[in-house]
Ligand binder design. Structure first.
Ligand code: HMG
Ligand code: MG
Length: 301
């Protein structure tokens, strides 16, 4: 079986929607702790408008403070050329652009239609390739939109195909409001499977309805998808998706895959401790199940 590929998005997707102000120094320490848990890729920040997402305004400083580990890719979310310039100056190792399958969500999130956003990516893609960096694209609201309701696979497919046609290396399919269930995942992956190789697909589940782990295991078992995004601690939500809870917790997802015989390469103790280090700053308990378990204690048998 192909190895699992986990992308940790807690420092970006998680912290962008936490109420507490987390200083750059703490964010960098969080990323550094994550980088010692066996994770190979960490989205360490977003170079978006500071007015749109104040929590990410200090991503330049976070990147500058990183104690980079060999073999770990530190990626960055970028909406436009200004964001790319900042990401390149910060020495991000991979660039992620983002659009959506729902017009209303996209307009609220990045003030552009889907077609306009894809046009905006063209120079970003060209310059990222010129810099020799890999590229990911997110397609948000791929199952449900907080404004438009259910989104059909027929709405997602053309967006994915245009992005791949522009030379994007991988697509992260977002269940932005955490509402998809395994039958929705099957329907979308069946539709994508006709034209998109499974290696190019990552799934990005938020966990509002508690279905994210069932969704991920379904995608892995039935469609050979090996790429999954998650946030350690289950941090965050989405500022433009009212009511959405955080990403599925990385430690809970890794635990589920390991229990099902998957090769994860991740040290669960280190991963869980990394997220727990934020509890005093967030001033609330983490959402993840494993953060409430004593992993060294006797209750794991
Ligand atoms: P706009 O207002 O149309 O952009 O916003 P603009 O080009 O007119 O610029 C407005 C101002 O922002 C200007 O400043 C720019 O300089 C500044 P002013 O001249 O007025 O002082 N600006 C920037 N500053 C720093 N870095 C930049 C940048 N760009 C513009 N890169 C824009 C359009 C896309 C920029 C804005 O709406 C934006 O940044 N949106 C980001 C929204 C966001 O980050 N959302 C959360 C991430 S997406 C997500 O979480 C979903 C995901 O997890 C997957 C899933 O769950 O589905 C990925
Ligand atoms: Mg997200």
């Amino acid at each position: 079986m192909d190895p699992l590929r986990f992308v940790e998005v807690g420092p970006r997707d998680g912290l962008q929607n936490e109420r507490a102000v987390v200083p750059a120094e703490r964010k960098a320490a969080f990323v550094d702790a994550l980088s010692k848990s066996g994770l190979r890729e960490i989205e360490a920040g977003a170079f978006v408008s500071p007015e749109a997402v104040p929590q990410m305004a200090d991503s330049d400083e976070v990147f500058a403070r990183l104690n980079r580990q060999p073999g770990v890719l530190y990626s960055a979310l970028v909406p436009n050329m200004r964001g790319l310039e900042r990401a390149l100056a910060a020495k991000a190792g991979k660039i992620a652009v983002f659009t959506a399958a729902s017009e209303t969500f996209n307009r609220k999130n990045i003030r552009a239609s889907i077609a306009e956003s894809i046009e905006r990516f063209r120079p970003v893609i060209r310059e990222t390739k010129a810099a020799g960096l890999p590229l990911r694209a997110y397609v948000s609201t791929a199952f449900f939109c907080p404004y438009e309701g259910r989104i059909s696979p027929a709405q997602v497919l053309p967006v994915v195909e245009s992005l791949l046609g522009l030379g994007i290396d991988e697509i992260s399919i977002g269940d932005t409001i955490g509402r998809a269930s395994p039958q929705d995942v099957r329907a979308l992956l069946r539709a994508l499977g006709a034209t998109v190789e499974p290696e190019k697909i990552f799934l990005h589940f938020h966990d509002t309805y508690g279905m994210a782990i069932a969704n991920a295991l379904t995608a892995w078992r039935e469609f050979a998808i090996t790429g999954f995004d998650a946030s350690s601690g289950g941090l965050g939500g989405c500022p433009y998706a009212p009511g959405a809870s955080g990403n599925v917790a990385m430690e809970d997802l890794v635990y589920a895959f390991a229990a099902e015989g998957g090769e994860t390469g991740i040290d669960l103790n280190r991963l869980t401790e990394a997220a727990k280090s934020l509890e005093p700053v967030l001033k609330r308990p983490l959402a993840s199940r494993l953060s409430k378990v004593n992993l060294d204690g006797g209750n794991n048998d």
